[in-house]
Write a protein that binds this ligand. Structure first.
Ligand code: IMP
Ligand code: MG
Length: 172
């Protein structure tokens, strides 16, 4: 078992998600919001956030593999694509953590290319100093430093996703 240090506790996470939910509720009062979670990492955050959005929303998930991430363009392959019609929709993409920003930039391109009316992002964690692509993340839970984090959906080789808090792994 690698050593790990608690970074964000349960109460702090719950409090921040209530605030994010309230902001999203206010901003999308007038639309029919489609909330799209990115598997696997966002599954825990998505479950809690969705229940703090007090609107009639639709929910779907995508799972993506990215190629050529070392290059400027890069491409995405959906191993699970969205299953509802996105033409003309307001979409909020929910992600566990944003690092370089490449995944979100490619997803935005893909959804806009298929006719979405608007595409915004909500990430629980933002490693802002590691950003390589300039994407605007509209709703951020916490800004974090660049260590490797696990728990609350985040994994290290598919482990630790079920931890209820967020930890930093030591010696990674
Ligand atoms: P990006 O395209 O570089 O922004 O990649 C974001 C993805 O990298 C997230 O969805 C995570 O799957 C993964 N990731 C980045 N940092 C961490 C971390 O500290 N812990 C776990 N996964 C991470
Ligand atoms: Mg992920």
């Amino acid at each position: 078992m690698p050593e790990k240090e608690l970074i964000i506790g349960k109460r702090e996470i719950a409090k921040r998600i209530k605030e994010l939910g309230a902001a999203i509720t206010k901003d999308y009062e007038k639309g029919q919001l489609l909330v799209v979670g990115i598997l696997n990492g966002a599954f825990v955050f998505m479950a809690d956030l969705a229940r703090e959005i007090k609107l009639e929303i639709e929910i779907d998930f995508v799972r993506v593999v990215s190629y050529g991430m070392g290059t400027v363009s890069g491409t995405l392959r959906f191993t699970k694509d969205i299953e509802v019609d996105i033409q003309g929709r307001d979409i909020l993409i929910v992600e566990d953590i944003i690092d370089t920003g490449r995944t979100l930039a490619l997803l935005k391109q893909s959804f806009e290319g298929r006719g979405a009316q608007s595409v915004r992002f909500c990430a629980l964690l933002d490693k802002k100093e590691r950003r390589e692509i300039d994407v605007c993340v509209d709703y951020v839970g916490f800004e974090v430093q660049s260590g490797f984090l696990v728990g609350y959906g985040l994994d290290c080789r598919e482990q630790f996703r079920n931890l209820p808090e967020i930890y930093q792994l030591k010696d990674v």
